[in-house]
Design a protein around this ligand. Structure first.
Ligand code: SF4
Ligand code: SF4
Length: 309
């Protein structure tokens, strides 16, 4: 094994997902790093947003207080009470996120999102599927959250992965310190970079921050790493960025970038992350009946395909 094995640098990982075919070339294992500076209203990983580990509760899995009282016994501050259905309720205002109840729960109804891991431990999980990467051209994808918000860990993971001959990809929202990102990019094979909208006010209204930083960062990446494979991705959200004008504005920006031409991809809005909002005590920020018109999305895809030709 490598002489660079890193058993010291640690980061907070909230999930490791195998057999992904949508997050970079080939079959990949995604290591999700916790913490994000944005609060996109359509975020499908709300459990990624906070930087610290956090408690989640899946009511469907709770055995009911007539069969099990373990969590109520360990919660020293009384944040767990009996709900109308005989299962538990959590007072999120009171909860101190000590996570003791997740340790105690025998049913997996209470779980912790976020685990401290070393680079070596994370990569050992990734390496379990090496045979799939060899056949498919896949490898490791770092995602989040915003992976570059844990810059030391992200860079160490990518460096060590490359040293172990793993292909590397990163999914970033681009809202991060450029100098930190720059240290990691020499170890990245494919960078997937979100551009959500060219309109700074709309961007702020739907994500909590303006788009200036990500746009500036992408320009600088293109200047400093003109040959890096970059795939720009835009989630298409009804009422936010689902017009032809929105997509053309992004294409105009991409066309003016220095370096090799970047690829562009649009992603269809979905609400699959909604149960995780409930499980982590959050409200889903968008109307529940919001739908993206399939024909509209199809039209936008044609514009994107023409750009990629
Ligand atoms: S995480 Fe919250 S609910 Fe669970 S034991 Fe700690 S304070 Fe109580
Ligand atoms: S420990 Fe788990 S299964 Fe038992 S009452 Fe609490 S949430 Fe339900």
């Amino acid at each position: 094994m490598s002489s660079l094995i890193d058993k010291k640098t640690t980061g907070t990982v909230f999930s490791i997902q195998k057999y992904s075919v949508h997050d970079g070339p080939g079959i990949r294992t995604i290591v999700f790093l916790k913490g994000c500076p944005l609060r996109c209203k359509w975020c499908s990983n709300p459990e990624s947003q906070a930087f610290k580990p956090e408690l989640a509760y899946n009511r469907n899995k709770c055995l009911g207080l007539d069969k099990c009282v373990r969590c109520t016994e360990v919660c020293a501050i009384g944040a767990i009470t009996e709900g109308e259905d005989g299962k538990i309720d959590i007072d999120r205002e009171l909860c101190a996120q000590c996570l003791d109840c997740a340790e105690a729960c025998p049913a997996g109804a209470l779980i912790t999102y976020g685990e401290e891991m070393t680079v070596d431990a994370a990569l050992k999980r990734v390496e379990e599927d090496e045979m799939f990467y060899a056949r498919s051209g896949g490898g490791l994808t770092l995602s989040g959250g915003e992976p570059f918000q844990q810059p030391e860990f992200a860079t160490a993971l990518l460096r060590e992965a490359r040293h172990r001959h793993l292909d590397t990809a990163v999914e970033t929202c681009g809202v991060t310190d450029y100098d930190e990102m720059k240290k990691a990019l020499p170890f990245v094979n494919t960078l997937m970079f979100d551009i959500k909208s060219m309109n700074p006010e709309k961007h702020k209204a739907y994500t909590g921050m303006s788009n200036e930083r990500p746009l500036e960062n992408l320009k600088r990446i293109r200047e400093d790493f003109p040959s890096l494979q970059v795939r720009v991705r835009t989630p298409i959200i009804p009422g936010f960025n689902d017009t032809e004008e929105d997509v053309h504005e992004i294409i105009d920006f991409l066309s003016g970038l220095p370096g090799d031409k970047v690829e562009f991809e649009i992603l269809e809005y979905h609400r699959m992350g909604q149960p995780k909002y409930e499980n982590t005590g959050r409200e889903y920020p968008l109307p529940l009946d919001l739908k993206l018109d399939t024909a509209v999305f199809g039209g936008l895809k044609k514009i994107v395909e023409a750009f990629n030709e």
